[in-house]
Write a protein that binds this ligand. Structure first.
Ligand code: GLN
Length: 288
């Protein structure tokens, strides 16, 4: 059956209105744009055109899957982070806006340092490592992940943004692949959701995103304990630690940083006033 672009859009928004999605029309528009590879302005200017059968097939399948709760980013295979498009697959967490705050804070701390060596623990999609490499052209980055599938997505993104020459990808658990190496900064957005709270997350998160990237153990702090406690396996303590954190975890993580010698700490909050980022330095630190 041939459908015009406008008819396909109307049909999809009607279908998505029967689901619990908050913005069915917007969702349908975004999927349609991705399915035909055109902008929304183009879609509205060409509403009378017949949609190619192949695009109708893809679009119909995507609308069905989106309606069942699958995240848009996994359907289209892409999510923007700090203005850069990142390839994403279900092997990696979809980059979140709060993580942009982490990158911005690290850039601010390291921009005047000559050749910073940055370690990103749990690189996932590479959103942090790749955008740091882009924004800090003097930096070299080591990206570690336990999951080879995540590393391959991150490596793809590094290539896509032409920073692959400055990012080394290593598979392994936390600091194990970089034992006895030295870094200027350790950056991480580790899994931080307490195990028992995972069932309460939105279905689009808990049913689709990798549990291993979310589950922070009984109190959500398992990885911060290890990130702090295992610093002694590196050649020297890095000058800067920068972590994304879960809601309400700030003081526990600051205490962990203090306990391993990082006296100067600060928290950065998102627009809702929730502390999202912890920076910890051994020296005095410049804050925004
Ligand atoms: N921010 C993510 C969420 O709330 C969790 C990310 C993480 O555990 N590092 O879904």
């Amino acid at each position: 059956m041939s459908l015009t672009i406008q008819e396909a859009l109307q049909r999809a928004s009607f279908q998505l209105r029967q689901t619990s999605l908050a913005q069915p029309r917007r969702e349908a528009e975004a999927l349609l744009c991705a399915a035909i590879g055109k902008s929304l302005a183009w879609v509205y200017a060409h509403g009378e055109e017949i949609m190619p059968d192949k695009a109708v097939d893809i679009f119909t399948r995507w609308v069905q899957r989106r309606g069942s709760g699958e995240p848009y980013a996994y359907l289209c295979g892409e999510r923007e982070f700090l203005g850069l498009p990142f390839t994403v697959t279900p092997a990696v967490l979809i980059p979140r806006p709060e993580t942009e705050l982490l990158v911005e804070a690290v850039v601010q701390q390291l921009q005047n340092i000559k050749s910073p060596r940055i370690l990103d623990v749990g690189v996932g999609s590479g959103a942090i490592a790749v955008s740091l490499a882009t924004l800090l052209p003097q930096a070299t980055i080591t990206a570690v992940d336990i999951d080879p599938a995540a590393l391959s997505v991150a490596a793809q993104n590094a290539k896509r943004h032409q920073v692959d020459a400055r990012i080394r990808f290593l598979q392994g658990d936390l600091y194990a692949p970089v034992a006895s190496e030295e870094f200027t900064a350790v950056v991480s957005n580790p899994p931080y959701i307490p195990t028992a709270e995972i069932v309460r997350l939105d279905a689009t998160v808990k049913d689709y995103e990798p549990r291993r990237a979310l589950d922070g153990g009984p109190d959500g702090l398992t990885f911060y304990r290890r990130l702090a406690g295992e610093l002694s396996t590196l050649a020297a303590p890095p000058s800067l630690l920068a972590f994304e954190i879960g809601e309400g975890q700030g003081s526990a993580i600051i205490n962990l940083c203090h306990s391993v010698g990082y006296k100067n700490t600060c928290q950065i909050s998102d627009l809702a006033g929730i502390a999202r980022i912890i920076l910890a330095e051994q020296r005095e630190m410049e804050t925004a």
